[in-house]
Design a protein around this ligand. Structure first.
Ligand code: UD1
Ligand code: CA
Length: 450
């Protein structure tokens, strides 16, 4: 049976005290909507998103993600049943409709798959919470079928004591939904059209409603900043578990943040306070030092990243040593065996095999060959105020300390640059380039001064 997923994303999220729609709040660097759309895309044939508050930004986010989803406008946010009603004409009798709440983003696809595999007209996903305050409580009949969901505001004291709550996620046949949604009214404490009233109406009509229990870390909602922070922690823990399951050593799994997708080879070690963003690939035996941020980067076997390094959109070879305090910006390619030391910044630059830039440097728009030594304080002057220019340094060359290489410039193979030079002319292979004023010594200068 085809699965049609409806994501309810119309609400403001008043308790977030934000100007943004709640589904645009982020967890691990991705909006809650993004988390849900990625999963919905895996489990369903068709996705509908109900938008309302701040709809333009929500629609922008959907197009940014370029995942197939159609949006439906709910003009006023008068309840979750009304939100589903905006999609009602798109629902066919023969499909299964999976409803997701935009602020319950950590649900795993495996849980959604087992929910969708349930036979029957309606199955709701539930969980047990020690403190169920704020959630809809699940009421069951003597035969263990669900007979209703009572919202916090409408619950009696004894109903408030029920620990089984509705997670906001349910699956229903298109036919049942189309029949039942129009019957829901707003006669309740909040004067809202509750989707949860569908259950008692269905039960009275003789539908059998199943409850599927789920792990409560996946199904908590984010209604305020405390809950958002809690979900961030839950997600961090889930992602760290994935890395441990993949064979990585984490010095402290509560202190590694994975805000993207990380692939690890064998025997990688990740120290504390490391943040991974985007797509990261680590080869075998890679070590990541403490307090390091790595974004969209591939790091090959046996390379060590020492503490406090910041690495973005780069490609690092085997057996390299990077940091401490290295900054590799977008388009840095560090070839096998190269070393980048403290306070070295690279951008759109290739550092050849076994080359070294060990201290204080800016290397931008440069092609540096193999076995080159870049002295401390070397700067590629790549920008003339208008355009960027290239620096090329041939293999085996040696750049003395405190040199400014004014681009565009070519330094040949096995060439030398004298320390303290400002190099404005190309240096041929095997030559020494020196570009500095000559030293003068004034004899007895200090004595005469006195
Ligand atoms: C809802 C459920 C509650 C459940 C909890 C699970 C109802 C009436 N209550 O409560 O039983 O335990 O979720 O987290 O459904 N939305 C719209 N349009 C609206 C109202 C809401 O699109 O008019 C969207 C919101 O953007 C949000 C979702 O629906 O993504 C849930 O709304 P919210 O107000 O957070 O419901 P809860 O009070 O948490
Ligand atoms: Ca909610």
């Amino acid at each position: 049976m085809n699965i049609h997923t409806i994501i309810l994303a119309g609400g403001k999220g008043t308790r977030m005290l934000s100007q943004k729609a709640k589904v645009l709040q982020k967890l691990a660097g991705k909006t809650m909507l993004q988390h849900l759309l990625i999963k919905a895309n895996k489990v369903s044939d068709k996705i509908s998103v109900v938008v309302g508050f701040n709809k333009d930004d929500v629609e922008k986010e959907i197009s940014r993600l370029s995942l197939k989803a159609q949006t439906f406008l709910q003009k006023k946010q008068i309840g979750t049943a009304d939100a589903v009603k905006t999609v009602i004409n798109e629902i066919t009798d023969t499909e299964k409709v999976l409803i997701l709440y935009g602020d319950v983003p950590l649900i795993k696809t495996s849980t959604l798959d087992s929910l969708c595999a349930n036979e029957g007209d309606i199955t709701i996903l539930t969980t047990l919470l020690k403190n169920p305050t704020g959630y809809g409580r699940v009421i069951k009949g003597s035969n263990s079928y669900v007979t209703g969901i009572v919202e916090e505001k409408d619950a009696t004291d004894s109903q408030k004591g029920i620990n089984e709550i509705f997670t906001g996620i349910l699956v229903a046949s298109g036919k049942a939904l189309k029949e039942l949604i129009p019957l829901i009214d707003n006669k309740n404490a909040a004067k809202e059209y509750y989707l949860t009233d569908l259950i008692s109406i269905a039960s009275e009509k003789g539908f059998k409603i199943n409850a599927l229990d789920s792990p409560n870390n996946e199904t908590k909602g984010a209604n305020n900043r405390f809950e958002q922070e809690e979900l961030e922690r839950v997600l961090r823990n889930m992602n760290a578990d994935d890395l441990l399951n993949a064979g990585a050593t984490l010095v402290d799994k509560t202190r590694v943040d994975i805000r993207g997708n990380v692939k690890v080879g064998a025997d990688c070690t990740i120290d504390v306070n490391v943040i991974f963003e985007g797509n990261i690939e680590l080869g075998d035996n890679v070590e990541i030092g403490a307090n390091t941020v790595i974004c969209d980067t591939k790091i090959n076997n046996d390379t060590k990243i020492l503490p406090f390094s910041h690495i973005v959109s780069s490609n690092i070879g085997k057996d390299c040593l990077i940091g401490p305090y290295a900054r590799l910006r977008e388009g840095s390619t560090i070839e096998n065996g190269a070393k980048i030391g403290n306070f070295v910044e690279t951008k759109k630059t290739t550092i050849g095999k076994s080359s070294k830039a060990n201290h204080f440097s800016y290397l931008g728009d440069a092609e540096i060959g193999d076995s080159v030594n870049i002295g401390a304080g070397t700067i590629t002057c790549n920008y003339d105020g208008k355009d960027k220019h290239k620096t090329k340094i041939g293999e085996g060359s040696f750049v003395g300390t405190n040199s400014s290489l004014v681009a565009p410039i070519n330094i040949g193979k096995n060439a030398y640059v004298g320390a303290g030079s400002t190099i404005t002319k190309d240096i041929p292979d095997n030559a020494l380039g020196v570009g500095r004023s000559k030293q003068i010594n004034k004899e007895n200068w200090s004595k005469e001064k006195k």
